[in-house]
Design a binder for this molecule. Sequence first.
Ligand code: CDP
Ligand code: MG
Length: 696
Amino acid sequence: MAKFIDPSSIRASQPANFVHNDRSTLEHSGRAEENSSNFVYNPNNRLPIYAQRSKLPICASRDHLMFLLEKYQVVVVVGETGSGKSSQVPQYLVEVGWAHHGKQIAVTQPRRVAAVSLAARVAEERNCMLGDEVGYAIRFDDCTSPNTKIKFLTDGLLLREMMGDPLLEKFSVIMLDEAHERSINTDMLAGLLKKVLKKRSDLRVIVSSATIDAQKMKDFFNVKKRGDVSTDNAAILQIEGRCFPVEIMYSKHPVDDYVKATVDTVLIIHKSNAPGDVLAFLTGQDEVEECCRLLSEKLKNVANISKYKIQAIPMYSNLPAREQLKVFQRAPSGTRKVIFSTNIAETSITIDNIIHIIDCGFVKTTVYDADFNTETLTVLPVSQASANQRAGRAGRVTSGKCYRLYSEDEFEKLKPQSVPELQRSSMAFPILQLKALGVSNVAKFDFLSPPPSKNFARALELLFSLGAIDAKVELINPIGNQMAEMPLNPMFAKCLLTANEFDCSDEILTLCALMQIKNVFHVPSSGKEKMKAARVQREFYATEGDHMTKLNVFTSYVNNRRSKSWCDKYYASYASLNRAYHIKEQLLKYARRFGIELTSAKGFDDDKVLRCLCAGFFANVAIYTSRGCFRSIRDPVSSPDLFIHPDSVLYTVPFNSGTYVLFTETVHSTKIYLRECSIVKSDWLLQVAPHFYSVR
Ligand code: CDP
Ligand code: MG
């Protein structure tokens, strides 16, 4: 049972004035992106464009920014979401002549949808055709022309452009946008641009962000002589935003269920009749929905506890744009808006009139486990910087209050800053890319935040065993270069590059695409329907495991003309399968380029597909032990116990000791689970990876 937080147990600390100095992790991973809408709220959309532009906070800083760019090579621009950084700065640059002589201005985005929608918006503001003066480029889609002056592109694509144009000679200014997200690609670009700036004194870099640790960025780029400020080549520009004090309240005791505690805290605020809307931070869509449900349930039992009415609104990135709009609409007078949101409201969107913040103290983020070589979404405590950023969302219109569902002691124990993606991801692909970009000593590369040495060592070991690099850490041609170019994790890339040997490139392409989506099946919430879904879905289950099962679903989906009614009948996710279908088409283009022919084992020889998977994933294998669980074969003695995940089709299968399973996805909660797994034979492993297994 959750403890109801009694108002007296919430203690006020010194009111704090918040400055935006945090870098935080968003809930979107590359995966979530494609399902999420890219919704931008424009409070002034009834005004003419020029009036909308002049109302943006950045407008007052225009001349100052242009001055700083004359004087400094790098300018860090800090201003909250919606202040006009992404859409206005590139236009100012064009207006003052940075795009003369055929030079372009590049603006990088961590997300593809953002690159496209920003380009569309700026083209509209400049009254030109998209792709003419203003264009975008994302993988597989280049919408630019020789006239293009402002080019929005993903950070990944700019990295790729550097392979052909190492000094980025086409560009006069590079804007690293949304730098607070600290995506792997943005971090890598920062390191690479620092080198380019030394060779190109005419190049300018703008680092822009909603909450960045600006000083760290500035110090990273600044190469001044010690103590001599006059030689600074980097500066910070803070865009004016309103910032009122926010009073912080801590929970006296740790709460054991922050979902319930969130709802209870809403009721305390509501009962107190204090005016103002509430924004509560949770970690995922399920918790957001649970809070909405719980609140309406509790309100049924209490009549007239407040002079206000309550309107509960969910917010998460997968919510349709129409629903997201509700978050921004003003509540009718006498009604209090209560927004339950994921981390998306921390920096990605800005909601007006929030007075009360409830912070559960956690965030969902991907973490890399070097021992299992897997990345998993995990709920972790937030950093102090994130907690302060969340609290600061209340101080925009007047002074606000932030209720932290943890004690002050717990706050003191939190990490000061969030961990950037590069430090919690596999380094295998970034290392391949750096090598392909001609970085000779990757270990000495100037990272904004260097990755842990263990992750580095694991990546080198993996790339070596996959045959991508040699003992001197040089790329092995052609396979190493091809793996650097393919938009896949190197283990899947290896499977694909070997698929022709097993006559199954078609199946491997499908699996590579399916791994980019979360679930092929829907799981209904009602018990009765759940059973029905399980019954019809069982038709696709393969005794070998999840990979062949997913292949069966995808094949049936295609054979049934990719129809929605077929998906509905089998509780298969139409959106996910459709997306996988398109990813497969794109991957096919790469495969063709690398001379991979489309071959299929056509369901006659499933072994071939699994053997091919072994060729890439030989390092991700576990063995069933007499203790009734699995152990990693890397080191069965010190390996923790591993269990089959309830979502896997192998969950209910009785295993014999010595059975091997290969896994491509794990989930870490109270135990470590193998979520996507298939049964494989030891002979196959010895055949495809004798170097790996003989070494051990
Ligand atoms: O980058 P930053 O968050 O500072 O702001 P922005 O993306 O340049 O957006 C500034 C304003 O432009 C927004 O508040 C919207 O009013 C408008 N905008 C829009 O209507 N549609 C877009 N795709 C982007 C911006
Ligand atoms: Mg922006």
